[in-house]
Design a protein around this ligand. Structure first.
Ligand code: ARG
Length: 456
């Protein structure tokens, strides 16, 4: 089998090396980017009179034919040709003859693969931004729908203070907003062209890198050819951005899973987004949320894997870098599908209003209300805290709640406590009185939602 680089070799490659060395099974996914980069390169070579117009036209036509063949399933890739770059070059020479061999003038696979991955990452980030935006839209939509619903707010997974369900849900909107902003920000580092850097040192041909940069709609070129071929920061950065998205979805997953347990019973997932058990007929399981939580582990793992691949890697290109793609593609697929599954799962869930209402009325999450109220009577907060704490303890002993304490008992604690104390202690009042800008009152949350919508 003749290799594109076979000239200085006497022996054939060992059979097991063929399989170990190849990347076509993974990087065939880059075919469109590879062809786009090659067409830009051929056009530039022609404009610089390095290629004749006829040769350039033949090459470009051949590349477009190959694209069609790949898309209609008629192209045959082989591991003998290692990767997508050499497979396409081989197909090109097969279709148009030896002139196809002129395409690689002034270029190396090192700047070629970097160009392909920059193009791929740019599109990936755009898709991620759109998927994040759609999920944010769903969160806004259900937050508006459930604006009346009060639920227990937790710290340490212990009942803390009542909050609006919408307030809780919108937390995830803002996490995703930061994720989206990070993705946007990363585009300025992704949108830089490595093409023309050659293997590492540049090229002796009179190429025009600004021309390919413009054709491929990059915003700049790498100032340093060695950096251009060995930089994988932009992949790491994007993977970490995916990682954070998944960590956020994983936190939400944990809550969804808790909320639809019989113990919490706050929500119901739709049948469409649940699964059953092969043995226990009663089961309805939140598998989608669990899968998202599970996939978070592998997305984080891929990020760490690339980080470690780069650690201690000398300049410039090393074959280690071929390992960057598998993890990136997997992480992208998992993150995109998780974002999409979440949009469907959230928009189809239902809230168990009665149970939420009941649960929030049967705890001590109104204790802060009482302490705050005592402060309005002039009692220092620390003292108000102690008085309320003692009353809570007494209630626990007697198996009752703060709302069950009689007016007379309240007057005994402090004669200035007024008749409206019981209404102040309701969860609705607790929520409504938190009117600060980012608080949980309906008005504050409505303003928050409005602010969020303006960012969509
Ligand atoms: N398949 C290689 C990769 O993905 C392409 C670059 C190979 N360059 C080289 N000099 N062997 O990294």
């Amino acid at each position: 089998m003749s290799k594109a680089w076979g000239g200085r070799f006497k022996e054939e490659m060992a059979q097991q090396v063929l399989a170990f060395n190849e990347s076509i099974t993974v990087d065939k996914r880059l075919y469109a980017q590879d062809i786009e980069g090659s067409i830009a390169h051929a056009m530039m070579l022609c404009q610089q009179s390095i290629l004749s117009q006829t040769d350039a036209d033949t090459i470009i036509e051949g590349l477009l034919t190959i694209k069609q063949q790949i898309e209609s399933g008629n192209a045959q890739f082989s591991i003998e040709d290692e990767d997508i770059h050499m497979n396409i070059e081989k197909l090109l020479i097969k279709i148009i003859g030896p002139v196809g061999g002129k395409l690689h003038t002034g270029r190396s696979r090192n700047d070629q693969v970097a160009t392909d991955m920059h193009l791929f990452a740019r599109q990936a980030v755009q898709e991620l931004i759109e998927a994040v935006r759609l999920l944010q839209q769903t969160i806004v939509q259900i937050s508006e729908e459930y604006i009346e619903v009060v639920m227990p707010g937790y710290t340490h997974l212990q009942r803390a203070q009542p909050v609006l369900l919408s307030h809780h849900l919108m937390t995830y909107f803002w996490m995703l907003q930061r994720d989206k902003e990070r993705l946007h920000d990363s585009l300025k580092r992704i949108n830089v062209s490595p093409l023309g850097s050659g293997a590492l040192a540049g090229t002796t041909f009179p190429i025009n890198q600004r021309h390919t940069m413009e054709l491929l709609e990059f915003e700049d070129i790498y100032p340093n050819s060695m950096d251009a071929v060995s930089d994988r920061d932009y992949l790491l950065e994007t993977m970490n951005n995916m990682n954070l998205i998944m960590i956020h979805l994983s936190r939400l997953s944990e809550e969804i899973i808790l909320w639809c347990s019989e113990e919490f019973n706050f929500i119901k997932l739709s049948d469409q987004y649940s699964t059953g058990s092969s043995i226990m007929p009663q089961k309805k399981n939140p598998d989608m949320a669990e899968l998202v939580r599970g996939k978070t582990g592998s997305v984080t793992g891929h990020y760490i894997a690339l980080l470690i691949t780069l650690k201690g890697l000398p300049l410039a290109y090393n074959k280690d870098l071929q390992e960057d793609k598998k993890g990136f593609f997997d992480a992208l697929d998992d993150t995109l599908s998780s974002l999409k599954i979440y949009s469907g799962m959230l928009s189809s869930l239902t809230v168990n209003h009665d149970n939420l209402k009941q649960s929030v009325n049967q705890d001590f999450s109104n204790a802060t209300e009482l302490a705050d109220y005592l402060v309005t009577l002039g009692i220092p907060f620390r003292e108000a805290h102690a008085i309320t704490g003692r009353l809570v303890l007494d209630c626990i002993d007697k198996g009752r709640l703060l709302k069950d304490v009689s007016m007379k008992e309240y007057k005994d604690i402090d004669s200035r406590i007024s008749e409206n104390i019981h209404s102040i202690l309701t969860p609705q009042s607790s929520v409504e009185r938190r009117r600060n800008e980012n608080g949980t009152s309906a008005q504050s949350v409505k303003n928050q939602i409005k602010k969020g919508k303006a960012l969509l």
